[in-house]
Ligand binder design. Structure first.
Ligand SMILES: [Fe+2]
Ligand SMILES: [Fe+2]
Length: 187
């Protein structure tokens, strides 16, 4: 499916709010891609589709993931919503006929981040947080950083995500810690 077809189908799968968020992530990702020299077509598409599996009932995530042969760890069993990223990455291939490993990887990594993120992965992670419909106290700061420096913005985005998770007394996913540490160790 091309971008317009994906958009039409997606609009029937998501709530109005989530669909609006997805369009916001798509256009933010497109801008970031142009700014930081990545394929804007891929960024636009990955941004649009990143939450395509987000509206499945939470109780079904583990079963769907297992059926799709996605590894389900202890943390995912505890917080099944995390699986929407992995399921979404597979779903774009099976349901939307998008066969693009780079787009799939960016969708897979959009909630936790991970090791060796590509520029496209970083853009989607960041766009998810700073798209125009997002409102939280540090969002303006993150948007300003994203104007200039992708890695700096991403590092701060990891900080914000980790702090948010800690404030909610939730489990911090090790991938996010690994991704954040990797950025410090590379400097
Ligand atoms: Fe998501
Ligand atoms: Fe999202």
């Amino acid at each position: 499916m091309d971008y317009a077809e994906c958009k039409a189908v997606l609009s029937t799968k998501l709530t109005k709010e989530r669909y609006k968020h997805s369009l916001g992530v798509s256009s933010t990702a497109e801008q970031l891609a142009k700014r930081f020299g990545v394929s804007s077509e891929k960024a636009k598409l990955a941004g649009l589709m990143h939450d395509c599996a987000r509206e499945f009932p939470t109780k079904d995530f583990v079963e769907i993931a297992e059926r799709m042969k996605i590894p389900v760890g202890e943390i995912e069993r505890h917080a099944p919503i995390l699986l929407h990223a992995h399921i979404g990455a597979k779903l774009i291939e099976s349901e939307y006929q998008i066969d693009d490993e780079e787009v799939q990887a960016a969708i897979r990594l959009h909630t936790t981040g991970g090791e060796n993120m590509t520029k496209l992965d970083k853009i989607i992670y960041l766009a998810d947080l700073i798209e125009p419909n997002r409102e939280f106290s540090e969002v303006t700061y993150l948007r300003e950083l994203a104007e200039k420096n992708l890695d700096r913005a991403l590092f701060e985005a990891f900080n914000q995500s980790i702090l948010h998770v800690i404030k909610g007394n939730q489990v911090v996913h090790p991938y996010t810690i690994i991704a954040r540490n990797e950025m410090l160790l590379k400097e």
